[in-house]
Design a protein around this ligand. Structure first.
Ligand code: C2E
Ligand code: MG
Ligand code: MG
Ligand code: MG
Length: 289
């Protein structure tokens, strides 16, 4: 089986396939089945601290191996799940599986989990997170929930409440894909993020002279620093980009240069190779609860 299943191996999900309503409906049905049929798994991509050069965490990324179509990108099927109401069940599976698998990793390794704005907009979401945490012996600050600017298009009173409830549980919060949404900066006045993830579209090309991306990254870092937030540069692919990102002041790097999204076993191996403490006694890779 290919090592890492992040790049290149996704089946391109073509516009024609999405165009036909029947195909879309079919895909919804397939996705429903996927949840109970063991077709989903999580891949883990390393997050490296710029200061130490060591892996300090990972992002859990959802993978779907469709029995006929092969790997389908989450960029294609997450929107389908959001449209047809499946995202809540899917998101809860991701959360429970990621938390369960986090207990298989050394205690200093954080695990980031993507949360759809639809999940975040459910008043019961904090209780779902609390419940998933309660089932495991894990420090809540090892779990980092990644949300996008999409949540700010919704009612601010209820999102304020949700932020408070989640911080109350002790989990960390990251603002994903920063700079790609439509929201104003106003939400940074109050939203209690621990980290801003700078979208890969800013990292791409930042190394080139005359490109504005480096200046934009630097400004985001200054903003985040002033607000006491960490910054992860996403999509770092080349060695020379690591040096640039360091100069621009980001605290963390995530990108193919340090590893593709990979099966949990491979991620554990990579941690072992960097000399992390062995996983807890009784360590064994197991399926989601
Ligand atoms: P994201 O949360 O911004 O995740 C990072 C994406 O960038 C991942 O794509 C990852 O494979 C890709 N990436 C990482 N490093 C590099 C790099 O160096 N170069 C390039 N070109 N790409 C890189 P992936 O896994 O295809 O996921 C796409 C998006 O799907 C995610 O973007 C996230 O928005 C969504 N997604 C994935 N899993 C979940 C999930 O469990 N729940 C929800 N709600 N959304 C998810
Ligand atoms: Mg993310
Ligand atoms: Mg992102
Ligand atoms: Mg994204």
């Amino acid at each position: 089986r290919a090592k890492g299943d992040g790049r290149g191996v996704h089946r391109v999900f073509t516009a024609e396939m999405l165009a036909g309503a029947r195909t879309r409906k079919q895909l919804e049905d397939d996705l429903r089945v996927a949840l109970t049929n063991d077709e989903l798994h999580l891949a883990y991509q390393p997050v490296v601290s710029v200061g130490s050069g060591r892996i300090v965490g990972c992002e859990a990324l959802l993978r779907w191996r469709h029995p006929q179509l092969g790997q389908i990108s989450p960029a294609d099927f997450i929107p389908v799940a959001e449209d047809c109401g499946l995202i809540e069940a899917l998101g809860e599976w991701v959360l429970r599986t990621a938390i369960h698998n986090a207990t298989m990793l050394p205690g200093n390794i954080r695990v980031a989990v993507n949360v759809s704005p639809i999940q975040f907009g459910n008043p019961g979401f904090a209780a779902i997170v609390a419940n998933a945490l309660a089932n495991h012996d894990i420090a809540p600050d090892r779990i980092e929930l990644e949300i996008t600017e999409g949540v700010f298009l919704r009612d601010t009173d209820s999102s304020d409440k949700m932020f408070k409830a989640l911080k109350g549980l002790g989990v960390r919060l990251a603002l994903d894909d920063f700079g790609t949404g439509y929201s104003a900066l106003g939400y940074l006045k109050t939203a209690p993020f621990d980290k801003i993830k700078i979208d890969k579209s800013f990292v791409r090309g930042a190394i080139n002279k005359g490109n504005r991306n480096a200046a934009i990254i630097q400004s985001i870092v200054m903003l985040a620093d002033a607000l006491g937030m960490e910054t992860t540069a996403e999509g770092v692919e080349q060695q020379d980009e690591i040096e640039l990102i360091r100069e621009l002041g980001c605290t963390h790097i995530q990108g193919f240069v340090y590893g593709l999204p990979m099966p949990l076993n491979d991620f554990v191996e990579q941690l072992t190779a960097q000399g992390e403490a062995a996983p807890p006694v009784g360590y064994k890779i197991s399926r989601a609860p």
